[in-house]
Design a protein around this ligand. Structure first.
Ligand SMILES: *[C@@H]1O[C@H](CO)[C@@H](O)[C@H](O)[C@H]1NC(C)=O
Ligand SMILES: *[C@@H]1O[C@H](CO)[C@@H](O)[C@H](O)[C@H]1NC(C)=O
Ligand SMILES: *[C@@H]1O[C@H](CO)[C@@H](O)[C@H](O)[C@H]1NC(C)=O
Ligand SMILES: *[C@@H]1O[C@H](CO)[C@@H](O)[C@H](O)[C@H]1NC(C)=O
Ligand SMILES: *[C@@H]1O[C@H](CO)[C@@H](O)[C@H](O)[C@H]1NC(C)=O
Length: 354
């Protein structure tokens, strides 16, 4: 189950720093901070500068760190996670322990208040039949309390896994003042398509405003009753009726970024997909790894263990040689890169670590 050879964050930086970063292994670092072993986070936020082949010092890491801070402060995403008292300890706490805190703010609607999770009680009856009421109240709450504090509002389920950095990357080319929504677009039930609830969907600030100010009060625009056949379908109808465009979330190669199933299902080229999938997907869908963008934003049906597995694969797992491990400080001044790497290998191990 080799999900990612290199973390998307790493790919992002490698893309940005292009040749300089890729050929790092061959060059030296100038740094007083090369004091720890290679882990993606350390690698990208650790050292200060590098010497290029032309002898020029580049402050690549610092630039990347600064860029990520700027993106995070300019593309402000509030994530809300649909959950219940019943799912608080089975699901919600694991969402809170993995991806959700990477959003600028996250709120569970609604977890057990005793759990200590960031949650708001919407006073909606629990259960599937009331999901539509809960969705409406959640967005109304966000409109009343958070509209001007954030640019985008992402709704996810408690078994969704989202890569928030890639979510911001997808959104940063668009204005939150445009009436847009992003998600995995399905084609039945709503003419222009609607966004799958499981992959999660994002409303721009303007879309949230229209939904609450224009759609909700008008029963001919938006279903008034508490229960509905499916909350995501109803949401799609309401948004269409107030001119919110269901945007195309795919990348430039037509690969999907917001996925309605688990990665194990999407990646298995010869496995059987659920029958409904092909007839639901609004855009062409290729089986196997061609399904999915390198900058994927979300997957669905992620159980507890899988949530931590993905987090580990994406944010921690290192592949020797693909990150610029900090072994420059190892070995003698006149040693070759191979000798330094060997010294690093020894000191990273229990055996031979002197
Ligand atoms: C939720 O996540 C935040 C941020 O990582 C953490 O500080 C907090 O303790 C977590 N809450 C619970 C109840 O696990
Ligand atoms: C839910 O009801 C309680 C008690 O009536 C009230 O204090 C609270 O503000 C309500 N929550 C929302 C989001 O309306
Ligand atoms: C509700 O929406 C319908 C259809 O768009 C429109 O004809 C009607 O005037 C609206 N009613 C109100 C009170 O805004
Ligand atoms: C899928 O099946 C084809 C034809 O039998 C085979 O060539 C291919 O290697 C298989 N791919 C996977 C990922 O199993
Ligand atoms: C590196 O320098 C040391 C001492 O200056 C010397 O003993 C050693 O042979 C040199 N190693 C190589 C590979 O040139």
């Amino acid at each position: 189950m080799a999900l990612c050879r290199r973390s998307p964050v790493a790919s992002y930086f490698l893309g940005l720093t292009s040749g300089a970063a890729l050929s790092l292994l061959a060059f030296n670092f100038f740094s007083s901070e090369l004091m720890y072993f290679a882990k993606p986070n350390d690698v990208y936020y650790g050292s200060r500068a590098l010497l290029t082949s032309h002898g020029r010092v580049e402050h690549v890491r610092e630039e990347n760190e600064e860029l990520m801070r700027e993106v995070s402060s300019r593309v402000r995403v509030l994530c809300w996670i649909m959950t219940s008292h019943k799912n608080t300890y089975k699901k919600a706490i694991h969402v809170n322990a993995t991806w959700a805190p990477r959003c600028n703010k996250h709120i569970f609607f609604s977890a057990d208040p005793k759990s200590g999770l960031p949650t708001v009680n919407l006073n909606v009856t629990e259960g599937r039949r009331h999901l539509w009421a809960k969705t409406k109240r959640a967005f109304k709450y966000l409109y009343e309390h958070e509209l001007h504090n954030f640019d985008w509002f992402y709704k996810a389920d408690d078994d969704t896994y989202a890569l928030v950095e890639n979510l911001r990357f997808m959104l940063m080319g668009h204005s939150p003042d445009a009436p847009l929504s992003f998600g995995c677009k399905f084609k039945p039930f709503v003419k222009s398509g609607y966004m799958s609830g499981g992959a999660g969907y994002v409303l721009s600030r303007e879309s949230l405003r229209r939904f609450v100010e224009e759609a909700l009060p008008n029963k001919t625009k938006c279903k008034g009753s508490d229960s509905a056949f499916a909350e995501d379908v109803e949401m799609g109808k309401c948004l269409r009726n107030v001119g919110v465009e269901p945007a195309d979330s795919r990348d430039y190669q037509g690969r999907h970024r917001m996925l309605p199933l688990a990665p194990t299902v999407h990646m298995n080229a010869n496995g059987t997909l659920p029958k409904w999938l092909m007839s639901y997907m609004f855009y062409p869908y290729r089986k196997g790894s061609q399904c999915c963008s390198n900058y994927v934003v979300s997957f669905h049906y992620i159980n507890t263990g899988f949530m931590y597995t993905l987090d580990y694969f994406i944010y921690k797992l290192s592949l020797f040689g693909s990150h610029h491990e900090h072994f420059q400080k190892y070995g003698a001044v006149n040693s070759t890169i191979f000798e330094r790497a060997t010294a690093f290998a020894r000191s990273y191990s229990q055996v031979g670590n002197s």
